[in-house]
Design a protein around this ligand. Structure first.
Ligand code: HEC
Length: 143
């Protein structure tokens, strides 16, 4: 149950994040938030499979993993322009610590690539690494 509990905890954090995040009107900030929403949606899909909320479906898991990996790979290019407004939760430290920020984005690329999408146990085992990669960046770079 350890992994399932973790997956559920991650889903709860995600849902809370989505419900309270205000939407920006600045185009650069909007692009970041849209990308993060894609990451959030696909992580939630994986979490639902890991937690047994949805019967295991290898093709759907693989699709969510691919979409998450794709979003992770676009973090650097999408966050590069520092447009901002009062709804953005991006800390200015991102652009003064750019290499570290990109390394954290890369951490998510690696965590999503490492997830074994072929079995429910694989997804469960991979959820901690995913959640850790989100948290690692959010703790430092998200308001
Ligand atoms: C490399 C850094 C980084 C990583 C990795 C990262 N995020 Fe984010 N995320 C951010 C930043 C910065 C923001 C705030 C963006 C803004 O409001 O301008 C954010 C915002 C969000 C939001 C709110 C978007 C909105 O509509 O306001 C969600 C949801 C989210 N992230 C989910 C995730 C999930 C799930 C993961 C892991 C699978 C993840 N993030 C990984 C940096 C990251």
């Amino acid at each position: 149950m350890k992994f399932a509990t973790k997956a559920i905890a991650i889903s709860v954090v995600l849902i809370a994040g989505m419900a309270f995040a205000g939407k920006s009107t600045d185009p650069d900030a909007m692009a970041r938030q849209t990308l993060m929403d894609t990451a959030g949606m696909n992580t939630k899909i994986l979490g639902d499979f890991a937690g047994g909320k949805v019967p295991f479906d290898a093709a759907a898991v693989e699709a969510a993993k691919a979409a998450l990996g794709d979003a992770a790979g676009k973090i650097a290019v999408t966050f590069k322009p520092q447009g901002t407004d009062d709804k953005s939760e991006a800390k200015p430290d991102i652009w003064t610590n750019w290499d570290d920020f990109v390394a954290k984005a890369d951490g998510l690329v690696k965590a999503s690539a490492a997830l074994d999408a072929s079995t429910v146990e694989g997804v469960q085992a991979g959820m901690g690494g995913l959640g850790g990669a989100c948290k690692d960046c959010h703790t430092k770079y998200r308001l």
